[in-house]
Design a protein around this ligand. Structure first.
Ligand code: SF4
Length: 77
């Protein structure tokens, strides 16, 4: 399993809770109702990516740590 760097853009996050519902081992809402990453290795990569895709405001970015390749959102060409 590749090591992933997962980032939540908290100013973009609207606290919908979708990521928390879909991947609770990785995302939790903080005291301000914004998502934060609590454990970047808490779920399989595909599950984490699905959680990022499910964010309604695309606040979650997933990067492969070793290569620096952005997995989601797809990098603009
Ligand atoms: S799915 Fe997106 S908007 Fe909803 S809590 Fe997670 S990061 Fe925030």
């Amino acid at each position: 399993m590749a090591k992933l760097t997962i980032t939540v853009n908290q100013s973009r996050c609207i606290g919908s809770g979708d990521c928390v519902e879909n991947v609770p081992a990785v995302f939790q809402l903080d005291d301000n109702g914004k998502s934060q990453v609590i454990n970047p290795t808490g779920a399989p990569d595909a599950t984490i990516l699905a959680g990022a895709r499910g964010c309604p405001v695309k606040a979650i970015t997933v990067v492969e740590a070793d290569s620096g390749a952005q997995l989601f959102p797809p990098p603009k060409k």
